[in-house]
Design a protein around this ligand. Structure first.
Ligand SMILES: [Zn+2]
Length: 556
């Protein structure tokens, strides 16, 4: 009886066809973005709009800079904040308190566009992340162009993980960019080969910058690069725990409650959303629930309807010390350029364990969407933040770099029935939330490796004597739940499914095209169905707004 609800969540950053075959494409496009500045940033923002969806059956030397872990500047953990377990629903069993590895933070120093920097990765690393940012700020486009392993394998090229179809490591939100290893199935990335890795800093060089990095012309060292290495146990990944900072704008609503950071900490609805998120993370990835801390953020962020607010939302952790935790800002709506979104991540990956940057956190819209849907949307956005692409994109024939996630060749945003035929529809990173919940949610082995390689969580230092619980951390269970976006639990109509799929706001690729949809499905019927949906209290507000916007487009 359930049907497809779909959810379009965070589409990728930039959609350039990439690969060794078209290096010439790099410079013009980068320059264009540099010139366009804010406008380009806006477009890029749209690319990343995550979103919604639920379905009933249905989102870096003038001489290489070399650093070793021994020389690492370890960023201190934050002073222990006041923590309140989100929880009216206490976890059934608390995970044992286990020792965690200290974060390995390596300052790569000042770097220039086009410069190669080296990073020594020790034995036992599960993954690492590199962040480059401009000290000029503003419109300086920066990026991580290439990552080469000690044995010479290029695991990241043209700002794209090996095997990927589009770039993910160029700045879109502010002058900061991020890339992780692994983000692909490259052999020397899984797990990272110990030894000296080489990272080429890219980007257009900004004003007075170096331009084409491949030409070997370095610009002034106006950038700064930093790496974080995630270390596992002596036997590899042995689990870990993820701390979460929940940022709550004063006045945000959930159901009939108006919340702030104090009341959110004891709100049952918030607790159930976090429970869904943590349960799924534990079951499918093997990372346990850590500390949850509720923090206030300014009231204006209770509705994110322009880009400045979105940047503030991503940087909700401003003023807090860097630490290994995921920042999630709750809001009542993400509505940019008429495109509503359920959730949004600032990049693939985001900037882990750093506070206050325009890529430091994810944003989730709550209000009248189902708790389970919110929890899973949180996991989807976290997936982007940890380094995962959508399994398939709605446009361009693009897909993720991972071979063990099927791609959907026939996906079409104008045909909601196409989602049902997609072999990747149950994957947590499917671009439209299909309504799959519980154990039926699929996370592939390669996706798990990406999650586990991120330095954002606290990895356990030692393996348990018996890894009895780790067997459950696969996605092979057949049983599963279905959830729907309709309050009543009914299946969504085709028009509603289309609306839910469109909650990602990409201006040119993932955005709804009401005229095309009406042309394919029948204009009068489409208009009637949209009028009904626009006022249907059974549907979440974000879908009613989408219906209204589509109606305006069809009936000016
Ligand atoms: Zn997404």
């Amino acid at each position: 009886m359930c049907q497809d609800l779909t959810q379009c969540r965070v589409p990728p950053f930039t959609e350039r066809p990439s690969g060794p075959g078209n290096p010439g494409d790099l410079e013009p496009r980068v320059l264009a973005r540099g010139v366009l500045g804010r406008a380009a940033m806006k477009r890029a923002l749209l690319l990343v709009l995550a979103s919604l969806g639920v379905s009933a059956s249905a989102i870096a030397c003038s001489g290489a800079v070399e650093s070793t872990p021994a020389a690492a500047a370890v960023v201190p953990e934050a002073a222990p904040p006041v923590q309140r377990e989100a929880g009216v629903t206490p976890p059934e069993e608390k995970p044992p308190v286990r020792d965690v590895n200290a974060p390995l933070v390596i300052d790569l120093g000042k770097v220039a566009h086009g410069q190669d920097v080296t990073l020594k990765v020790p034995v036992g690393a599960l993954g690492f992340n590199v962040v480059v940012e401009s000290k000029n700020g503003g419109t300086d486009v920066v990026g991580i162009e290439r990552i080469t392993s000690p044995s010479g394998e290029v695991v990241h090229e043209l700002f794209t993980p090996k095997g990927g179809s589009h770039a993910t490591s160029e700045s879109s939100f502010g002058s900061i960019a991020s890339a992780s290893v692994p983000q692909s199935e490259a052999k020397s990335a899984n797990t990272p080969e110990p030894g000296t890795w080489t990272i080429r800093i890219g980007g257009a060089g900004g004003i007075g910058g170096g331009g084409d990095s491949d030409a070997g012309t370095l610009g002034p060292a106006t950038l700064h690069a930093e790496a974080r290495i995630q270390m596992g146990s002596t036997t590899g990944f042995a689990g870990g725990r993820l701390d979460v900072n929940v940022f709550v704008p004063t006045g945000v609503k959930l159901g009939n409650k108006t919340l702030d950071s104090e009341s959110a900490a004891t709100n049952e609805g918030i607790a159930s959303r976090l429970d869904t998120f943590f349960n799924a993370l534990s079951e499918h990835v093997g990372i346990d629930r850590g500390d949850v801390t509720f923090l206030p953020v300014k009231a204006q962020l209770k509705y994110v309807d322009d880009y400045d607010l979105l940047l503030e939302a991503f940087a909700a952790s401003t003023g807090r010390p860097d630490n290994q935790s995921l920042s999630i800002m709750l809001t009542n709506g993400i509505d940019l350029d008429g495109g509503g979104a359920w959730g949004i991540a600032p990049g693939i990956p985001g900037v882990p364990a750093r506070s206050g940057t325009p890529m430091s956190g994810i944003v989730l819209a709550i209000g009248d969407t189902p708790a389970v849907g919110d929890g899973l949307t949180m996991l989807h956005e976290a997936g982007h933040f940890f380094g995962l692409n959508h399994t398939t994109e709605f446009y361009g024939g693009y897909a993720d770099p991972l071979g063990d996630t099927p791609r959907c060749d026939d996906i079409s945003l104008d045909d909601p029935t196409s989602f049902q035929k997609c072999p990747d529809k149950k994957n947590v990173m499917f671009p439209a939330f299909y309504g799959t919940a519980g154990s039926a949610v699929v996370v592939s082995d390669a996706q798990r490796a990406v999650f586990r390689g991120s330095p954002i969580y606290k990895a356990y230092k030692d393996p348990l004597p018996a890894m009895s619980t780790m067997g459950a951390h696969t996605s092979k269970k057949a049983a599963g739940e279905r959830i729907t976006l309709a309050r009543s639990g009914r299946a969504l109509t085709p028009v509603e499914t289309w609306l839910s799929a469109s909650l990602c706001g990409h201006a040119s690729h993932g955005k709804l095209d009401p005229a095309a949809f009406a042309g394919a499905q029948g204009r009068p019927q489409t208009i009637d169905a949209l009028r009904a949906a626009a006022v249907d209290a059974d549907l979440p507000e974000v879908m009613r707004k989408k219906a209204s916007a589509a109606l305006r487009a069809l009936t000016p």
